[in-house]
Design a protein around this ligand. Structure first.
Ligand code: CU
Length: 159
């Protein structure tokens, strides 16, 4: 009688274990968003904000939802657009869509990362650690060099 009760317990316990909300079976192949061409502008004299640019390629549909850096009070994902002949920019509250397999360029005059309340002036040659947070994929930490983006037509054509 005792033995029967014991075996029942073992089965019940094993069953509970199998049902627990553990790690998904595919966790060892977690999708990683590829990051390339990262660059942050030097902070303008007397300013504590700057823009960063990079190219993101997500393996599956995702969104860039947050950016942070130890050198800035906060980071935001911005879009730029013309309104009444003025270049306006605003925060993308829902993040930046990253279609699967498509390289999404953040660049001057377009979508970009904005660093606010930068603690120390950033000059060409410095580096900026950035943590990129995505809706689905694991966060990615990168180090972006500081420099002026190449805005010339020839530079753009060479991409
Ligand atoms: Cu901005």
């Amino acid at each position: 009688m005792f033995r029967i009760l014991l075996s029942t317990c073992l089965v019940a316990c094993a069953g509970l274990g199998a049902c627990s909300p553990g790690t998904p079976s595919g966790s060892d192949t977690a999708a990683v968003v590829a990051v390339s061409d990262a660059l942050c502008r030097p902070t303008p004299v007397g300013r504590q904000t700057t823009g960063c640019y990079l190219t993101l390629t997500a393996p599956a549909d995702d969104r860039l939802v947050a950016v942070s850096s130890p050198v800035a009070g906060r980071g935001q994902v911005h879009e730029s657009r013309m309104e009444s002949n003025m270049m306006m920019m605003r925060e993308l509250k829902d993040g930046l869509p990253l279609p699967a397999g498509q390289a999404v360029e953040l660049k001057p005059g377009g979508n970009h990362i904005m660093l606010l309340a930068v603690t120390e002036p950033l000059a060409a040659g410095d580096t900026v650690p950035l943590t990129l947070t995505f809706a689905t994929a694991a966060p990615v930490e990168i180090t972006a060099p500081v420099g002026q983006p190449d805005l010339t037509d020839s530079g753009h054509a060479s991409h």
